[in-house]
Ligand binder design. Structure first.
Ligand SMILES: Nc1ncnc2c1ncn2[C@@H]1O[C@H](COP(=O)(O)OP(=O)(O)OP(=O)(O)O)[C@@H](O)[C@H]1O
Length: 245
């Protein structure tokens, strides 16, 4: 499922062109990527050795950091052209993140953590309204699918690590952003829950026509994806040992 422009052309969910990024104070570039794209609705598995820059690339895709050269666009929008405040809103509207460390607010309930994504995004609320549902009803639906129905009222701090991870997934998915970015999202789950989690993520993305950019070391999960991208292969700043790993 590809997103279309008014002119009918496909709009990639992510487009990286002639991009270079160096962390402040670092002696060399972390990333130098000539071209990388994730199509609308495409499911991409991003792999690479530890320290090769996978999380850095996701931060660039989220517009959390900006490259020193080149462009990173999401849904056709070059992120560096937006002011910091507009970029934050754009991210809230269009990108759902599932982080390694979840980033939940510990004192809020699981339900309120999920709803937070809609509270910060009128676009997410509007997309749900178009489908005749509310943020509350959608939070409940996602929680049921993720086997979180019984713990929605509990504060995030009281949840198991696996439950926190699933709350973070529901927060990313609610309100149907066009791009889901997931950084090692299954690392805290046992094998059964890992499978259920991946199934849900893929189903929800397919239903919403959302693209999925998924980082993992676990190559067993790669078979669920349209494409595997080895970061060392597309990153000209990778040292030769990394490219071979
Ligand atoms: N906030 C930061 N400030 C400075 N350097 C950083 C920062 N974050 C990451 N780096 C450096 O950038 C490089 C890439 O790190 P990154 O976290 O993107 O790798 P990764 O591929 O996601 O690793 P892992 O698989 O272990 O999570 C590393 O050398 C790391 O030390």
């Amino acid at each position: 499922m590809q997103r279309q422009t008014a002119a009918g052309r496909d709009v990639p969910a992510v487009a990286v062109a002639a991009m270079r990024y160096r962390w402040p104070g670092a002696a060399r570039d972390c990333l130098a990527i000539e071209q990388f794209a994730v199509g609308g609705g495409e499911r991409v598995f991003l792999r690479g050795p530890s320290g090769s820059g996978k999380t850095t690339l996701l931060s660039l895709v989220g517009g959390v950091i900006l490259p020193q050269a080149g462009t990173v666009s999401v849904a056709g929008q070059p992120l560096a052209r937006l002011s910091a405040g507009v970029r934050d809103r754009f991210r809230a509207d269009h990108v759902g993140f599932v982080f390694q460390l979840f980033n939940l607010l510990p004192y809020l309930s699981a339900r309120d953590n999920i709803l937070l994504a809609c509270r910060f995004s009128a676009a997410r609320r509007a997309r749900l309204a178009v489908r005749g549902t509310s943020a509350e009803a959608e939070a409940q639906r996602l929680a049921s699918r993720l086997e979180l129905g019984d713990v929605l009222h509990r504060s995030a701090a009281e949840l198991s690590v696996g439950q926190q991870q699933r709350v973070a997934a529901a927060r990313a998915l609610i309100g149907r952003p066009g791009l889901i970015v997931a950084d090692e999202p299954t690392s805290a789950l046992d094998a059964d829950r890992q499978q259920a989690f991946i199934d849900l993520l893929l189903d929800e993305c397919a239903e919403a026509g959302a693209a999925l950019l998924f980082v993992s070391h676990d190559l067993r999960l790669a078979r669920h994806f349209d494409r595997i991208v080895d970061l060392a292969q597309i990153n000209q700043a990778a040292v030769s040992g990394e490219a071979a790993a």
